[in-house]
Design a protein around this ligand. Structure first.
Ligand code: FEO
Length: 171
């Protein structure tokens, strides 16, 4: 399917930023010496901030896009399980919990081997997260955007995109 015109494309703009964040943490992960306190601390604090941004992105999508799409499909009596399931897992919250735990442990940790364990645990969890997160964004762009195009008017989508971009800019 041809890409949506930019003025009604509600996902691509914010997703460029999310993909950039993924690229940044992937690079940092490979460059970080987990046994070095300053490097591990720098990585974890930056990841914590990145995941707050991911969470904000998800909340904005829920509020500005998914809720409206669900209401529209309900109104039209159309069933679509994917729409109800989107964001229903706790991947982001779980990752945020792990990062909080990693930050707390690192604050009180003075042993290089413990720091390496913390770093490796976070790195493994991030790898799993990223393997889901990139296809998740692709699904939104390739499956949800066409649904929106089908069930909303062009003007409605322009308004939704405006709200989505405004809210991302405010955070
Ligand atoms: Fe655009 Fe649900 O991440």
């Amino acid at each position: 399917m041809a890409p949506a015109p930019q003025e009604v494309d509600v996902f691509s703009g914010p997703h460029s930023r999310m993909k950039e964040l993924v690229r940044i943490y992937s690079d940092k992960l490979t460059a970080t010496d987990f046994s070095n306190y300053a490097e591990l601390r720098g990585l974890l604090w930056s990841l914590r901030s990145t995941f707050r941004e991911f969470k904000t992105h998800e909340c904005i999508e829920n509020e500005c896009i998914m809720l409206k799409l669900r209401h529209r499909l309900d109104y039209l009596k159309i069933e679509n399980q994917a729409v109800y399931k989107i964001h229903s897992d706790n991947r982001l919250s779980e990752m945020q919990g792990l990062l909080e735990e990693g930050c707390n442990k690192t604050e009180h940790c003075h042993s290089p081997s413990e720091m390496v364990t913390i770093g490796r645990n976070i790195s493994d969890a991030l790898e799993v997260f990223t393997k889901d997160f990139l296809p998740h964004m692709q699904e939104e762009e390739e499956c949800f955007q066409p649904l929106l195009m089908k069930y909303f008017t062009y003007e409605e989508l322009k308004r939704i995109r405006y709200d989505v971009l405004q809210k991302h800019a405010l955070h």
